[in-house]
Write a new protein. Structure first.
Length: 283
């Protein structure tokens, strides 16, 4: 694993991690984390993808992890997309001609889906994990949050419960003791920008043509599986798959049973890699 940085939107220094593929790379995987996280939480999935021949890249979203920026704050959702675009450009330059896949978790799923929608001709497939599209907010509450974002954008308005991420006590303990997410809470503007981005996706689902694997845990308390189901129902993609994991929590790739989830993702990718780059993986 290599660590690095690049200059993101507005000149902020964005921290990255990358993993070299085992053997000649067959494709590229871009990993986008969500809230109460940073690229370090993508290390286990990244190692699995790299072992399966995918050159893998992750970033710390601006204001999170080791990236610069006001903690947990984003002024414009498009800033996230611009940062991701720069990471994709780096990955493409280092792996010319290889198919690029994007995996986003939770809020990172909203970022990933929005990014892929805007670059459909350039992305081979999307894996949308625990999509933060339906977070259970009544419409009036959402409007109120957006209003607070306009009036007091830096006011912190909500936080997530680490215990809702995983049934694995070790995974929750890691989060509880992680100084990079200690006392993490979301500013009003960050929440408002995420909600507005999710609303835009409602319209864009019907124009979505990229192959997509949508996965969610049925016991997710942070985001609702109904949002993933709606994405699946509305997506225009002819190649789309929805899988719900019974009793799983919010972070499927840090939860009990993560190996099963990873095997399903690897199999899905292997089946879609061009024949010239595909090899047996056993996943």
């Amino acid at each position: 694993m290599n660590e690095g940085t690049f200059e993101g939107v507005g000149g902020l220094k964005i921290a990255t991690k990358s993993w070299t593929a085992n053997g000649d790379p067959r494709g590229v995987m871009i990993l986008i984390h969500g809230f109460n996280a940073h690229s370090g939480y993508m290390e286990w999935p990244a190692e699995q993808f790299a072992a399966n021949g995918l050159a893998t890249y992750a970033l710390d979203l601006r204001g999170r992890g080791k990236s610069e920026g006001e903690r947990f704050y984003v002024e414009k959702f498009s800033d996230y997309l611009g940062d991701v675009d720069k990471l994709v450009a780096i990955a493409r330059s280092e792996n010319p001609g290889l198919p690029i896949y994007v995996l986003g978790h939770s809020a990172g799923g909203v970022i990933a889906t929005s990014y892929v929608f805007e670059h459909q001709s350039e992305i081979a497939g999307l894996v949308c994990e625990s999509f933060a599209y339906d977070v259970g907010l009544p419409h009036l509450v959402q409007l109120a949050l957006e209003g607070v974002g306009a009036i007091a954008p830096h006011l912190h308005v909500f936080s997530l419960n680490n215990a809702d991420f995983s049934r694995d006590p070790a995974a929750v303990e890691r989060m509880n003791n992680d100084p990079l997410i200690h006392k993490e809470s979301q500013p009003a503007e960050t929440a408002a920008e995420l909600l507005k981005a999710a609303d835009r996706l409602t319209t864009n689902f019907t124009k979505f043509t990229v192959p997509v694997l949508i996965i969610h845990g049925t016991s997710d308390k942070a985001t609702r599986p109904a949002g993933s189901e709606k994405f699946f129902d509305l997506a225009a993609s002819t190649d789309k798959t929805l899988k719900l994991y019974q009793d799983h929590y919010h972070d499927l790739l840090a939860d009990v049973g993560k190996e099963e989830v990873m095997a399903d993702i690897q199999k899905w990718i292997d089946q879609r890699l061009p024949a010239s780059t595909s090899t047996a993986s056993g996943a």
